[in-house]
Design a protein around this ligand. Sequence first.
Ligand code: ADP
Ligand code: ADP
Length: 223
Amino acid sequence: APIMSLDRVGKVFANGVAALSNFTLDVSTGELVSLLGPSGCGKSTVLRLMAGLMAPTTGRVFWPGSRIQDHRHEIGFVFQEPTLMPWADVADNVWMPLRLRGVSRKKASERIEECLSLVGLEGFADAYPRELSGGMKMRVSLARALVLKPRLLLMDEPFGALDEITRFRLNDDLLRLKRDLGATIVFVTHSIFESVSLSDRVIVMSPRPGTVAAEIRIDATPE
Ligand code: ADP
Ligand code: ADP
């Protein structure tokens, strides 16, 4: 069953740029979908619409059966830049979404540990962002996105700034997360290799004006 649907969505920004036009996509529960396409083709716009961070100009974005507003906390978002709080240690950074929902540090500690171990950061709870490599910062960012147990994980070119080896390791972790958590993941990438090797489905977008150019279903995800 679809967890998220975009139905003939169009997005025109205030400056007149048409970022998307007649864009339709159903994301099924447990699916890993990648959005592939040249810079400016509307990939980030699709993710921001899915996250409810902005409204479509035409068409509909919805969780079948309910209102997107009721599900904001069920969506985890990983940005291209890790955007960690530099003054807070790793555990406190991961705590943030729970803290905003009124959960004390003490009550959150077990969940924080769980998420750190999910992303392979056991033992780094007390470290500060400045002490971490780019790949580790990205892991913290991922742990933070997972802390509320999102049903849908959205990632905007999460590994774009990382070296190939770190990228490769994180790709492995992503497949493990998908398998272990049954997570539904939509991610943006510029890498054809990454999208084909990781995804159940690749959505190829055409540059103008942000439509689906092709859709590729991948039968077996390599283990
Ligand atoms: P991609 O993620 O594929 O690089 P984006 O979704 O970021 O593409 O952008 C699609 C198009 O919309 C681009 O032409 C971009 O400049 C434009 N755009 C994105 N966000 C805004 C905005 N807030 N205001 C105006 N134009 C925007
Ligand atoms: P990405 O490289 O991840 O696709 P962008 O550089 O396209 O991201 O966009 C970064 C931010 O700038 C976004 O918040 C987007 O809304 C905004 N933005 C992008 N293009 C424009 C634009 N032409 N006018 C105004 N804001 C824009």
